[in-house]
Design a protein around this ligand. Structure first.
Ligand code: SIN
Ligand code: CO
Length: 390
């Protein structure tokens, strides 16, 4: 029986080289004296909001799971049994600051890799059944105790049960059985089977990562590339060789089209630009919306003069990269890109890492015209907000 390692002291280097995307591991007391940043009632309140993405999973009779999607009504919760159910709410980090702060504990992985913090509240014996996910996840235990059974690596051909809407594994054979308490973390790499069951009711925080499939990336990148191509640039016949007759396709007629498409595809700088836009896309773009009036330099100066702060929209995603020419950088926010001089790096770091820009931060940024333009762009696309829009 292969046992999952239990680490009592944490080193990011060891974790990344030995476990990340390779092996599950328990990080015992990863956050000592951990206290939940929200209550189960607050989580249930969020699950009733129109904007939230939530699920209620009930094990109705032994070994049978039922799934309901939110938003829920208060009465959905008052009619629940004492045991055997779990409420899950996605992306709580976008709505509760204390939950967003939990991501700081995992800053040894780039922030743009994180998808969201999903929170589950499980009543006694509640769980979502044996399954696997396609992405990495840190399961941070909050209040209560949860038992996790872990299985081997699952293949995409793994059989899932057909008697439930959930992707529950037909065959689940545990190789380890672990009990997590407040502040413990269980890291699960992609496709490792796992099954959590509440020993005592409580909350669990899933810090989930993103792993776009190659099929998704191919589709997204080719859409991006084709948007930049002229409709006049088309397939052309090669008249220096004789045509084949009738229905036959002569492969040598395709050489030019094939090599032209390969040239378009081989542009690495385009791939890097598209990738930055992809990973900075907001999870809920409808929550990043334009302000009522347009911001320009004069309006921004007005904000500055009245001592205002700027706040990052909690639903926005910021990332940046240095360009190969090393004199410029690209900042990606909510799927859009801007190129700036590398001299702006300290301000860009501030924008990407601080949830709030103080009045003096803004004043310092306004010394540079390209930063003024960027701040206006970010305000106009709803990625930055003012005191009024908060
Ligand atoms: C849970 O919180 O119970 C489910 C999380 C997961 O298995 O990914
Ligand atoms: Co899972």
């Amino acid at each position: 029986m292969s046992k999952v390692d239990i680490l009592t002291s944490f080193s990011a280097e060891t974790f990344i080289s030995k476990y990340w995307q390779k092996k599950p591991v328990v990080l015992k007391s990863f956050i000592p004296n951990f206290e939940d940043p929200l209550t189960a009632e607050e989580l249930a309140g969020l699950a009733c909001e129109e904007f939230s993405e939530s699920r209620l999973i009930t094990e109705s009779d032994a070994d049978h799971w039922e799934l309901k999607h939110g938003p829920f009504l208060e009465s959905d919760f008052t009619s629940l049994p004492d045991k055997n159910w779990t409420l899950l709410v996605q992306a709580v980090d976008q709505f509760v600051d204390g939950v967003a702060d939990l991501k700081n504990h995992f800053d040894f992985i780039p922030s743009w890799r994180i998808d969201d913090v999903m929170i589950s509240f499980a009543a006694e014996n509640g769980g979502v059944g044996p399954h696997f996910d396609h992405y990495d996840v840190f399961l941070l235990q909050g209040s209560g105790k949860r038992r996790w059974r872990i299985s081997e690596l699952c293949g995409s051909d793994e059989l899932v049960r057909s008697d439930t809407e959930l992707s529950i594994l037909k065959d689940f054979s545990a190789v380890d059985d672990l009990l997590l308490s407040a502040g413990d973390v269980l890291y699960i790499p992609p496709r490792i089977g796992h099954w959590g069951t509440a020993e005592t009711e409580g909350l669990c925080y899933s810090i989930g990562f993103r792993a776009p499939s190659h099929a998704e990336m191919l589709e997204g990148f080719s859409d991006f590339l084709s948007a930049g191509l002229e409709s006049e640039t088309r397939y052309q016949d090669n008249t220096s060789i004789p045509f084949s007759k009738g229905a036959e396709i002569d492969p040598s007629q395709l050489d030019e089209a094939y090599s032209e498409l390969q040239k378009v595809f081989a542009d690495r700088s385009k791939f890097d630009a598209w990738f930055g836009c992809l990973v900075s896309q907001a999870k809920y773009p409808e929550l990043v919306f334009e302000p009522d009036s347009v911001y320009d330099k004069i309006k921004l100066q007005g904000l500055c003069d009245t001592g205002q702060y700027l706040y990052r929209n909690s639903c926005s995603r910021f990332a940046f990269r240095r360009l190969q020419n090393s004199s410029e950088l690209a900042i990606f926010v909510d799927g859009n890109m801007a190129i700036l001089s590398i001299d702006c790096l300290p301000q860009i770091l501030m924008l990407c890492e601080q949830p709030v820009l103080t009045n003096s931060d803004i004043k310092a940024m306004m010394q540079d015209q390209s930063m003024v333009d960027l701040l206006c762009q970010l305000l106009n696309q709803g990625s930055l907000q003012t005191d009024e829009s908060e």
